[in-house]
Design a binder for this molecule. Sequence first.
Ligand SMILES: CC(C)(COP(=O)(O)OP(=O)(O)OC[C@H]1O[C@@H](n2cnc3c(N)ncnc32)[C@H](O)[C@@H]1OP(=O)(O)O)[C@@H](O)C(=O)NCCC(=O)NCCS
Length: 460
Amino acid sequence: MTENVHAEEPPDAVERPEAEDSIANDSPAQFVRWFREVAPYVHAFRGKTFVVAFGGELVQAGALNSLVQDLSLLSALGIRLVLVHGSRPQVNEQLRLKGIPQYFDRGLRVTDAAALECAKEAAGEILLDIEAAFSQGLPNTPMSGSRIRVLTGNFVTARPVGVIDGVDYRHTGQVRKIDVQALRAVVDSGSVVLMSPLGFSPTGEAFNLAMEELATRVAVVLRAEKLIYLTETPGVLDSDGSVDTELARVDAERLLQQKTLDEDTAYFLEHASRAVKQGVARAHLLPYSLDGSILLEIFTHDGVGTMVVEDTLEDLRQATMDDVGAILQLIEPLEQDGTLVPRGRHAIERDVEKFWVAEHDGIIYGCASLNIWREDRMAEMACLAVHPDWQGEGEGDKLLRHIEARARASGVRRLFVLTTRTSHWFIKRGFVPSSLADLPRDKQATYNRARNSLVFIKRL
Ligand SMILES: CC(C)(COP(=O)(O)OP(=O)(O)OC[C@H]1O[C@@H](n2cnc3c(N)ncnc32)[C@H](O)[C@@H]1OP(=O)(O)O)[C@@H](O)C(=O)NCCC(=O)NCCS
């Protein structure tokens, strides 16, 4: 078979973009490398459920079409999608145009009959806009050849917020129940579910809901892999103004308690943390102003927004002097066979506050240490060990993720390890081979040349 596959024409429905515009023409090698880098994410997310939520601001900003193009691609890659839209600015605008005054209390709209009518109108309009966007299929656009079915329905039962401190919120509601079976049936069929921030009570009344609450509840009942908020804010920023790409849930809650975040970011982060606490694997805050932010977040290693993850802390804690004996017991066989550098009791006692241990029912079955070079914004993870009886269950991974989260929280940008026999374990987890010269100076000075460990660095 010597058929020339390069000469193959695209299927009738698919017209290729103009040749001179194609990135594959500009840099074929880069295009292939990029496509291959994306492959593991495609495999990992096929069949998983993502809940994507965005406010009416995104629609107002004209970002709907490009978002829908990206969502269509996700759907074509086998990701199950539920979209939840908001409509706050559209409702405000309609009320303003009709000259109807607006009332808010505790940041919640008091939805009187007129505001409810505006909420229904705004939701209807946005639904139609989204459905129209999904129905595009012009040649030479990313939507060419896409056949995405979008379904809406009465999935949400609502109840009134009621009267709080004497304020009657009228038709402002809260989610009471979600018809998870019906939702699941739709997403399993490959259709995209589209939800407006409205719910209905058994008395037949409609209630105006907060989009953020609805999205969180939907993600929780569906046990979604991801809850993604497309927001006006870039995500959570660290002290030097760059986006914190990953936050452990406990750290997110600590940040919220400090009350230093702006109101919008805090509101989304609170919902993201709640979702993760209740079983959603990951929750993301992404800026919709960045074209393609959802693709960059999902298909690149670092992403572009803030991802909140549950750091399963139940079994992980900082070591104390009482743990030194157990740590020694755990690592001694590994020191003897040369896997770990011999440290000795004295060194561990001296550095005990740098150690983290995994403990279950009083038994210490894992440990790792974190040593930080603040000026270099670097840290070393050392002495990583999991007891052989517990290996292969993801405990090593958990320890690594925890050390990464601690490092990140201390402003560390790059985490390094020195290893002789575990290089592939680290490579699989995003570490890249590096050289001694990349390490902090005093670490270079104490490097044991006879041991000849390999250096690996991971960008956090
Ligand atoms: C490395 C170690 C901490 C991993 O702990 P763990 O709890 O088993 O890790 P996980 O369950 O998250 O990962 C298990 C996977 O890692 C693989 N793995 C274990 N040791 C490995 C090694 N030396 N090289 C490559 N892969 C390894 C396992 O085969 C398993 O692969 P699979 O998921 O494809 O089945 C543990 O094997 C250990 O304590 N090793 C001895 C100490 C050591 O090497 N520490 C690092 C010093 S730099």
